[in-house]
Design a protein around this ligand. Structure first.
Ligand SMILES: Nc1ncnc2c1ncn2[C@@H]1O[C@H](COP(=O)(O)OP(=O)(O)OP(=O)(O)O)[C@@H](O)[C@H]1O
Ligand SMILES: [Mg+2]
Length: 353
């Protein structure tokens, strides 16, 4: 079903992604061995990868880093597939870790894809294993390709030590497939066909308005289409989408929420945004502190710097939600956190193994 919230798995249900499927197919013609599939939330990363893998037969392991977060989850998937041998009784954890890296280093012959969805969500030890595998495939690998999928590629690069002094991985080692919004006609067709499947027909003007409102982001179109098919009015569906985005924004660090708010209000250049944020917080912010807040959002692809230097919010629903944030509420959260932890508090991500 087209308006199913689950990722697509069949090519005929994947709208407007021929170019990206072709880009992924270059893995079989020399691209890689380290691949990054990136894009904002709901843009269709998992769908793209699943359709691609579904057409390849059995030459891959797919792990969801948001649920299988530990390094042993990855190792177990490889054990199950027989890619790493079970050393039997007495085999230590460290020897299993090493054997996985060794497999990535030594495996020759037929190509094999190790795919980790939402890779930035893995635990610290999971990320350490990913880094070791990445180094092994780049510097010594043969048949193994590591495909990392992420809605926060900047964060992932940071966790993997990419471009850091003394570390081995570089941005240039990654073959990146970056997903943007769907082409407009594909987005329109997706919504129209999806609704038709459910026996609903909407006037073209309503479909076109929805595609605009949701910036041709497929996950939002599915969200909207389902609600409307269940009897909600388009206006209600819009409101519920903004509420959902607001929930997600509220999980960000308080200062990042405020920054998003001022950018949404139009203070979108560095200096203007910094001043507006200082006004909200009622005190000067160091350049470093401000840079951190910007990075926090950039690494998650929530904002992007445009050519003229202005920052834009990448998801139009987030932009609307950010306007609805109540700065007073965020500020009181900020001061509570400062009193409690003695700092602004960045990501609340738990790095447990
Ligand atoms: N090209 C597409 N054609 C049709 N439906 C799509 C397409 N891309 C995504 N979808 C649908 O949009 C929703 C979100 O897709 P998906 O889960 O693949 O996105 P994602 O980028 O992996 O999201 P997240 O960041 O939440 O993991 C799903 O309902 C999926 O079926
Ligand atoms: Mg996904």
């Amino acid at each position: 079903m087209l308006l199913d919230p689950a990722p697509k798995t069949k090519r005929e249900e994947l709208y407007g992604r021929d170019r990206e499927l072709w880009q992924l197919s270059l893995i079989d013609r020399g691209a890689g061995p380290l691949v990054l599939v990136s894009g904002i939330r709901r843009i269709g990363k998992t769908s793209l990868v699943k359709v691609f893998l579904g057409e390849r037969g059995d030459d891959h392991v797919f792990v969801d880093g948001s649920t299988a977060r530990r390094w042993t989850d990855l190792a177990n998937a490889l054990l199950e597939k027989g890619l790493v041998e079970d050393s039997g009784v007495g085999g230590s954890d460290s020897s299993l870790f090493e054997r996985v890296v060794e497999m990535a280093r030594r495996r020759r012959g037929k190509r094999f894809l190790l795919v980790v969805d939402e890779a930035h969500e893995m635990s610290r030890s999971g990320l350490r294993l990913l880094e070791e595998i990445a180094k092994a495939v780049v510097y010594e690998g043969g048949g193994v390709h590591l495909v990392l999928v992420s809605s926060a590629p900047g964060l992932l690069m940071d966790y993997l030590g990419v471009d850091k002094p003394g570390r081995a991985l570089r941005t240039t080692h990654f073959y990146e497939v970056r997903l943007g919004p769907l082409p407009r006609d594909a987005a329109t067709e997706l919504l129209r066909d999806g609704l038709r499947e459910l026996g609903v027909s909407l006037p073209d003007t309503v479909i076109e308005k929805a595609v605009d409102f949701f910036g041709a982001i497929p996950g939002w179109l599915v969200f909207f289409g389902r609600l409307v098919a269940e009897g909600a009015s388009p206006e209600t569906a819009y409101r519920l989408a903004v509420d959902e985005a607001l929930e997600e924004i509220r999980r960000l660090a308080p200062r990042s929420q405020l920054l998003l708010h001022v950018i949404a209000k139009g203070y979108d250049y560095w200096k203007a945004a910094k001043q507006a944020l200082e006004e909200l917080e009622g005190k000067p912010i160091s350049n470093n502190g401000f840079r951190k807040a910007v990075l926090h959002l950039e690494r998650r692809l929530i904002i992007m710097k445009k050519r003229m230097g202005e920052y834009v919010i990448t998801d139009p629903v987030y932009a609307r939600a950010a306007l609805k944030l109540k700065p007073e509420e965020v500020l009181s959260l900020l001061s509570r956190r400062r009193r409690g932890a003695g700092g602004v508090g960045g990501s609340s991500r738990a790095h447990n193994s």
